[in-house]
Structure formats: structure tokens, C-alpha cells
Design a protein around this ligand. Structure first.
Ligand code: GDG
Length: 502
């Protein structure tokens, strides 16, 4: 980032939650535990080198004043400042659980029937976005670059512009952007689209998401002109220019690869194979979410066992479900459905004293366990109905350090646009098709496994999370977009070449 106007530009990151969890110890003192996500890792070097700040909700209801000491000391340790946004319990209910997770989440994942279009949710969403804008206004300087993340905060730029802020504002959507026929169902479609066009750069996971956004904007915002080709397009609205790009998010490849090869991980992975001997291990790891396609995946596994009796006792399916959004009734129902299916399939195929087809865990794994499960699995089975990217797919490939495993991946995951040459792509709704893909993965020759996995790992290594941050920030600050080649000299093919097969 260039310095201009005498002031050094800092990076201000704004997201729904801060990258720390705050807890009270036995003596009532608040302490902070760092979150370990890839986003934090990727942004850390920029935040440290340029100086910066992260603004978000602390995770505790009510006033964040009581947390100010914990925020200050966690920020000092992390190398950038943390600023908390205080949210009331009612705001959390209507803004987070309501508008974000009962409207935008299902609609943007093509599951319109699960939406609850409650007008009160929208009002609170606007109010809470205004709160985040106030927090930015209180702490940012005009030269700062403000990078807002995800669907919870699509209105922040509009609120900042309303407050006279002219700083450069970027936005990245971590989830898919729906096609016009779905987006048009949203009662607040025009306001939301106009709000997104108040950013200077809007980033999506894939070229398909970007295309959907541009199509919606062409339909709804009559005075917008779109131009350009390649990585970053431009929308002109009067004298304003909004850049619109596809930036597939990734992981810290080097760190995953290194940790996957440590003796602790290797030993734990070997132990898993000892406990489930002489069979191939199939792995699914997902947050509890109806977008992840877990019930259909279980049915596909059942279909495999039904149609391929020779594979019984030769495969075990490890399905880990990480608790998530347990306050939402839809998620309770999903958990019961998954557990009934697991019980039904195990009841149908298990053999006394021996083989149990599905090893099911409903819990969060430690980092070490997660890596060991990735390392141990012969087949990664990742079949979301729709997913912005799906980092589990990239982590799984990266941890396959012997390059001897097979990834089965939904064609509706953003990661398919990048990994389509190496993965076995499936339609997650096609139960027999997924079962056939498992069978094919089981029987795949080592040379083919190796070639496919190597291709995917090379692509992830070249387009890691540091590449992602760099390409987003470059797209935001490059003056002449014609001079914006593919960052690091990478071809655009990963983001643009792949087309869904219909
Ligand atoms: C959203 C979008 C997009 C999973 N289980 C455990 C665990 N994890 C970690 C994984 C991975 C992350 O959680 C899950 O990331 P995903 O990308 O797969 O899915 P979402 O949470 O839905 O994320 C998604 C992403 O944002 C980024 O833009 O890719 O499409 O929906 O990093 O490692 N971590 C630990 N224990 C577990 O049991 N420690």
C-alpha cells in the first residue's frame, strides 16, 4: 500500500466478530484467546507492517467497556489494535441470527424456502451496520484503507458515505452471490445492491459469483455502466468507479503442509488406521449447516454399501460435524436428521463385534486432531449443496503430503473452480452419482491419484492466502487496471476458465 497525503495508510479490517474469543476467568477478569482462522493469519503481516486495527463484535453481550483492558492487551500482543463493537442481545437476535442467518445465508446459498423475510430483521440490520460505521468513523483516518468482510456488513460503506467518509473502502463476500432469479426475491434488493456499490472494490470468491452480482446490478441499477474484462471489472456510476473482482480465498499452504508432516500428526493418523484396520477411510468434516449437504452425503454412502456389497468392511466413513449456530431451530432439526440417518445406516450394515460403517463425531476437533484426520483419510468427501469456497477441501489436499489421496468435491463449492482438474466433481443432489464417485475413488490407481493430487496441491500452493490478500489489496490500489495483470504473474484461469457443466 502506498503512503499518500503525508499520513501513512493503515489497514482497518471490519468483520462481524473480532479474531479473539473473550472469556471471564474465575476471578471475573476478562481474557482473550486468539482465533486461529486463515483470515487472521493472512492479514497479520499487513496489519503488523503497515499498522492497523480490527473492528468487530467481542462476542459478549452488552457494553464492551468492561472488556477494554482485555482488548488493549490482546491487541498489544497481536501487533495491531482491537476495537470492540457492543451489541445488545436483541441486536444479536435480529441482526445476526435473523437478517444474516435466516435471510441472507439461506438465500445466497440458493435455499430460498428456508428464508424468514421479517421486516424487523432488516431494520435492525441497518441499525447495527450503522453502529459498525460509527466505530470505523471514531477510529479511522482519511488515508486508511478500510476492508469490510462478509454478508453481515454489506451496508457499512453506505453508512460511512452518509457520514461524509471518503476513505477507500473494500468489501469481500465470503459466501456465494446468488443469480438474479433468487436475489430478486429479497424485499430489500435495491437498497442492498446500492449499498454494495458504495464500496470502491467489491470482491467475490469466484467468477460465477461476480457474474451474478453484475447481472443483478444491470437489472436493478439502471444508471450503472459496466466495462472491462479479466480479473477486475469496473462499474461507473456518474463520476464514481466501483471495481468488481473475483479473488478465491485460500489457506496458509506452507503452515498446513509443515504441520501435517510433524511426528505428532503422523503418529495420530497411524493410530486412526490401527483402530480402523485394513480399510480405506473416507472423511467428511463440516460445521453443522444445511448448506454442507450432510444428509444427502450419508444417503450416498448408504447407496454405495447397498449397491457394492464388496466394499462393505473395506471402507469406513468418518463424519465430523462441528457444532454451529445451535440457537437456530433449523440447525437443531438438521442435527437430529443426521443422527437418525447415521443410526439407521449403522444399524442396517454393522456386523457384530466388528465393522461399523460410519464413525460419527459431533464436536470440534483440536488442531492436531484435524490435521491427523486429514492425513489419515484416503478419500475426502466434500459435497456442499453450495459453498462460497470451502477451505476444508484445500486443507485436505495440502495435508495429503504423500499425494496419494482422492478428493471428491461438489461442483457447487467455490473451490471446484480451482480444483476441477484434480478432484472428482459430483452433483451433491445425485445420490447414485456420489456413490459412483466413491467407488471410483476407492479403485483409482496410485498413478492417477498422485497426478490429480499433485495438480491440486500445486494450485493451492501458488494461490495461497497471502496471494489472496495481496491480489485484493492490489486490485484496490492499482491506479490503472490495465496494468493489473494477474498478481504474482498467475494466469487468471483458476478464477475464470471453469464453467459449471450445464
Ligand atoms: C465461510 C464460507 C468460505 C472445521 N472443523 C474444525 C475446524 N474447522 C475449520 C477448517 C476451516 C474452517 O473451519 C471451515 O471453513 P470452510 O471454508 O470450509 O467453511 P465456513 O465455515 O462455512 O466458511 C466458506 C470461508 O468462509 C472462507 O471464505 O470458504 O465457503 O461458508 O478452516 O479448518 N477447525 C478446528 N476444529 C474443527 O473441528 N480447529
Amino acid at each position: 500500500m502506498n503512503a499518500h497525503g503525508g499520513g501513512r495508510e493503515r489497514l482497518i479490517v471490519v468483520s462481524n466478530r473480532l479474531p479473539f474469543t473473550f472469556r471471564q476467568d474465575a476471578g471475573g477478569r476478562w481474557c482473550a484467546e486468539p482465533g486461529g482462522g486463515g483470515l487472521v493469519t493472512a492479514l497479520l503481516p499487513v496489519l503488523r507492517n503497515r499498522g492497523g486495527m480490527w473492528i468487530g463484535w467481542t462476542g459478549a453481550a452488552g457494553d464492551s467497556g468492561a472488556l477494554s483492558e482485555a482488548l488493549a492487551s490482546a491487541g498489544a500482543g497481536a501487533g495491531y489494535r482491537l476495537e470492540g463493537v457492543a451489541l445488545t442481545a436483541e441486536e444479536m437476535e435480529k441482526f445476526y441470527l435473523g437478517f444474516s442467518n435466516e435471510i441472507i445465508w439461506p438465500l445466497f446459498h440458493d435455499l430460498q424456502s428456508l428464508c424468514n423475510f421479517d421486516p424487523a430483521y432488516w431494520r435492525t440490520y441497518c441499525d447495527v451496520n450503522a453502529k459498525y460505521a460509527d466505530a470505523v468513523l471514531a477510529h479511522a483516518k482519511p488515508a486508511d484503507f478500510i476492508w469490510v468482510h462478509d454478508y453481515h456488513l454489506m451496508n457499512v460503506a453506505a453508512e460511512l458515505r452518509r457520514r461524509g467518509v471518503h476513505s477507500r473502502l473494500g468489501f469481500f463476500l465470503h459466501i456465494p452471490f446468488p443469480s438474479p432469479d433468487l436475489f430478486m426475491k429479497l424485499p430489500w434488493r435495491l437498497s442492498l445492491l446500492q449499498a454494495l456499490l458504495e464500496y470502491d472494490l467489491v470482491g467475490f470468491q469466484t467468477a460465477d459469483d461476480r457474474r451474478n452480482f453484475v447481472q443483478c446490478a444491470r437489472l436493478l441499477v439502471k444508471d450503472a455502466q459496466f466495462e472491462g474484462r479479466g480479473h477486475v471489472l469496473v462499474a461507473r456510476l456518474g463520476r464514481r468507479e466501483v471495481r468488481i473482482g473475483a479473488f478465491p480465498i485460500s489457506i496458509d499452504y506452507a503452515a498446513f503442509q509443515r504441520r501435517a508432516g510433524t511426528p505428532e500428526v503422523t503418529e495420530m493418523a497411524a493410530e486412526l488406521h490401527r483402530r480402523l484396520p485394513e480399510r480405506k477411510l473416507i472423511l467428511g468434516i463440516d460445521r453443522l449447516d444445511y448448506t454442507k449437504g450432510i444428509p444427502l452425503r450419508l444417503k450416498a454412502f448408504e447407496n454405495l454399501l447397498e449397491r457394492s456389497p464388496d466394499l462393505r468392511e473395506r471402507v469406513s466413513f468418518i463424519q465430523v460435524v462441528v457444532p454451529s449456530r445451535e440457537d437456530i431451530p433449523e440447525y437443531h432439526r438438521l442435527r437430529s436428521e443426521i443422527e437418525q440417518l447415521v443410526g439407521h445406516i449403522n444399524g442396517r450394515f454393522a456386523r457384530p463385534g466388528g465393522w461399523v460403517p460410519i464413525w460419527y463425531e459431533y464436536r470440534s476437533l483440536s488442531r492436531l486432531e484435524l490435521l491427523a484426520y486429514y492425513r489419515a483419510a484416503d478419500i475426502g468427501l466434500i459435497t456442499p449443496l453450495k459453498d462460497g469456497m470451502n477451505l476444508v477441501a484445500k486443507e485436505y489436499c495440502t495435508c495429503s503430503i504423500e499425494e496419494d489421496c482422492v478428493l471428491i468435491l461438489s461442483e457447487f463449492a467455490g473451490a471446484a473452480a480451482q480444483l476441477y482438474r484434480g478432484a472428482l466433481l459430483v452433483n451433491p443432489y445425485d445420490i447414485e452419482g456420489v456413490a459412483d464417485a466413491i467407488r471410483r475413488a476407492y479403485a483409482m490407481e496410485p498413478a492417477e491419484r498422485h497426478a490429480r493430487m499433485r495438480r491440486m496441491r500445486n494450485s493451492i500452493r501458488e494461490h495461497d492466502v497471502f496471494w489472496w490478500v495481496d491480489s485484493f489489496l492490489r486490485a484496490a490500489i492499482t491506479k490503472d487496471l490495465r496494468a493489473f495483470p494477474q498478481p504474482h504473474g498467475q494466469p487468471a484461469e483458476d478464477a475464470t476458465e471453469y464453467q459449471l457443466p450445464f
